[in-house]
Structure formats: structure tokens, C-alpha cells
Design a protein around this ligand. Structure first.
Ligand code: SF4
Ligand code: FES
Length: 271
């Protein structure tokens, strides 16, 4: 079984164990939201009751509150700020912590959640307001591993180099990362003490090392990955693969990178 299939299987098993309870409060959905008015203010919780409809997702709850910003006690409150774009688990912008687990609000169904539904912003980023966080450090991480294919012009340079179906399959599985930040939320090693770049960036480094053109910068990536922000910070907790909504084979990528780093360091010693 390929490692892509194994990751999909793990994800299915996790979803199967999700509680399927719908304990409504007087026929309404009971929601607690962690709020923060701006980047410098203190967080607080607010509770809401939302009329239940079949097949609702968490985004529908937040949209309802935006149109009816009234808390459980009938007080008018500020509408809850949140981000969303694709509404089909592709952009990652709606990622938040729902009942203690990082997930996409657009693909998380109310019927699969225990109540009260507790909605919080991702904790590993600065909160800008309510559920909106500043994930720009993820893009800084992608820059550090040169997560792109260099081109030297916009003109047609003819067909690029070909590579095997097997590599295509691995690259496709890695390319589905949407920089949602879920893997960082659960990674015990991703914190201000370690300065670890994080699992998603390692997976992207491997993705671009496998590309026939971008492979030219493999040495640059490996040099970064042996720095204090790099791969040695990984404690192999493997929580990243459990929460990744796109089943990115992160730990397999880390193992492959470790192999490449060992070979690279040996080559330096024997030069
Ligand atoms: S590796 Fe998975 S969990 Fe991490 S940012 Fe990419 S899609 Fe999200
Ligand atoms: S809105 Fe794009 S992933 Fe949810």
C-alpha cells in the first residue's frame, strides 16, 4: 500500500471515531466563541443560540451571527470576525479550532459535533480579531525553503523535463497543502522557544526537491533544514499527519528529507 493510501486510511479512521451527537439546547445549536476585539486586547468568550437546520456547517453559524449579532442573553454584540473564501476546503483561510481540534469551518458539519460547539482562533498565530489570525509567518517559512520552481523568463521554453508516474503521484499528494496551519496547531515543537519552521514547510521542501528544475536548489534547502529552525526540531509526535485535512504524507516527507540530509552531510565529510 502506498504511503498516500495509508494516510487516507488514517484520516477515514479518525473521521469514523467522530461523535455523531446532536444534543441541541431547546432545539437550537449552542455555541461558545472565543473573541478578541483587536491584536492587543484580552480574549473573552461569548455564547450564542442558533436555529438548527439540517446539513449546516460552522461557516453557516458564523454567517447567522453576522446577520443576527445577539448573544444568548439577548444582548446586541459586535458581529464575529472570521475569514473564508473557497468554501470547499481548498484555501485554508477558514481554519480555526473547533471543539479543541483545528479544522476548516466550511467542511465541518454541525451534525458531527458535540455541543456546546466551542470555536476558537488558531493558537499558534497572533489574533488580529476574533477568529482571524495572522498566518504570514507560514509564508515566510515557505520562502525559507524556496518552495517554488525558478524560471528565468515568461517566454515559452519548450516542454520541461519529464519524471516518473510514481514521483508525480508523490508530488501531487504533497502539492495539496493549503497552508491552513492545522499541522502547526498540534505540533508540540512549533513554538517560540524552538523557532521550528514547522511540518508543512518540510513537506514543501521535499515537494520541490523532487521537481527536476527546482531540485537545483536542493542543497540550499538542505542547508536551511540543518539549521536551528530545521528538521532536528521534529520530535516525531506525528500529530501533524493526524489532523492534516489534505492527507499530506508529512512524516514520509520528513523521513525522505532525513535520508537526503544524511547523504548530504556524508558527502561534505568525504569531499
Ligand atoms: S500540511 Fe496539511 S495541515 Fe499542514 S498546512 Fe498543509 S494542508 Fe494544512
Ligand atoms: S473557506 Fe477555503 S478552506 Fe474553508
Amino acid at each position: 500500500m502506498s504511503f498516500i493510501a495509508i494516510n487516507d486510511l488514517v484520516k477515514k479512521l479518525i473521521n469514523k471515531s467522530e461523535p455523531k451527537k446532536n444534543n441541541l439546547k431547546n432545539g437550537k445549536i449552542y455555541v461558545k466563541i472565543k473573541r478578541q476585539d483587536d491584536i492587543n486586547s484580552k480574549p473573552y468568550y461569548q455564547e450564542f443560540l442558533i436555529p438548527y437546520k439540517e446539513h449546516m456547517n460552522v461557516i453557516m453559524i458564523l454567517m447567522y451571527i453576522r446577520e443576527n449579532p445577539v448573544d444568548i442573553d439577548g444582548n446586541e454584540v459586535k458581529p464575529v470576525a472570521f475569514e473564508a473564501s473557497c468554501l470547499e476546503e481548498v484555501c485554508g483561510s477558514c481554519t480555526m479550532v473547533i471543539n479543541g481540534k483545528p479544522r476548516q469551518a466550511c467542511s465541518t458539519l454541525i451534525d458531527n459535533l458535540e455541543q456546546p460547539i466551542i470555536i476558537e482562533p488558531l493558537s499558534k498565530f497572533k489574533v488580529i480579531r476574533d477568529l482571524i489570525v495572522d498566518r504570514s509567518k507560514m509564508f515566510e517559512g515557505l520562502k525559507k525553503v524556496r518552495a517554488w520552481v525558478d524560471i528565468d523568463g515568461t517566454y515559452d521554453k519548450g516542454p520541461g523535463p519529464t519524471y516518473s508516474q510514481e514521483i508525480q503521484q508523490i508530488r501531487y499528494s504533497l502539492s495539496r497543502c493549503m497552508t491552513c496551519g492545522a499541522c502547526l496547531e498540534v505540533c508540540p515543537q512549533y513554538n517560540d522557544i524552538t523557532n521550528f519552521v514547522g511540518p508543512y514547510a518540510l513537506a514543501q521542501a521535499y515537494l520541490f526537491n523532487l521537481h527536476p528544475i527546482s531540485k537545483n536548489f536542493e542543497k540550499h534547502r538542505l542547508n536551511y533544514l540543518i539549521s536551528k529552525e530545521g528538521i532536528a526540531n521534529c520530535g516525531n509526535a506525528q500529530l501533524c499527519v493526524q489532523v492534516c485535512p489534505k492527507s499530506i504524507p508529512i512524516t514520509d516527507a520528513i523521513a525522505e528529507l532525513n535520508n537526503s540530509i544524511t547523504k548530504y552531510l556524508l558527502s561534505l565529510l568525504t569531499r
